[in-house]
Design a protein around this ligand. Structure first.
Ligand SMILES: [Zn+2]
Length: 150
């Protein structure tokens, strides 16, 4: 009996490691943050059918720049960098990162005359500033960026 039990928990642990999507981190649950932001900022037209997940952990931190989050519109998938799942990261900063990615789902890209795509449009910037802790979050990003880089 005990043996079988151990076997089951082992395969569960294995499965968890192999699961491509995981919203539950050690410190933050991304799904809870997504739901909160969705009802707080997108209640007029909530995002539906989106998945949010921590990205895969890499051994080395990036050297030059740091991508806090991405959104893949085709798959309705938001990925947040796993280094943000840390005790020194304020909840309102993680919320800002999630809000930023969610906003991409609501503010269309624009194309300039030479056909170049702009994702951070004026409209995007205007709506991004509606985030309650926008100024504080941008300042925190500037002041703490080095902690995410090598
Ligand atoms: Zn962006």
């Amino acid at each position: 009996m005990a043996k079988a039990k151990r076997k089951i928990s082992h395969s569960q642990a294995l499965m968890q490691r192999c699961l491509p999507f995981n919203h539950e981190g050690e410190y933050f649950d991304l799904q809870a943050i997504f739901d909160k932001i969705n009802s707080q900022y997108f209640w007029l037209k909530p995002l539906r059918g989106y998945k949010i997940t921590w990205g895969r952990r890499r051994k080395l931190a990036p050297k030059e720049y740091f991508v806090f989050g991405t959104i893949q519109e085709e798959d309705r998938l938001i990925r947040i960098h796993p280094r943000l799942d840390a005790p020194f990261v304020p909840t309102w900063f993680l919320e800002y990162v999630v809000y930023h990615e969610m906003l991409h789902a609501r503010v269309p890209d624009e194309y300039s005359e030479d056909g170049r795509r702009r994702v951070h449009t004026e409209e995007f910037g205007r709506r991004e500033k509606q985030f309650l802790h926008y100024t504080r979050a941008r300042r925190w990003e500037d002041e703490n960026l080095a902690r995410f880089l090598r």
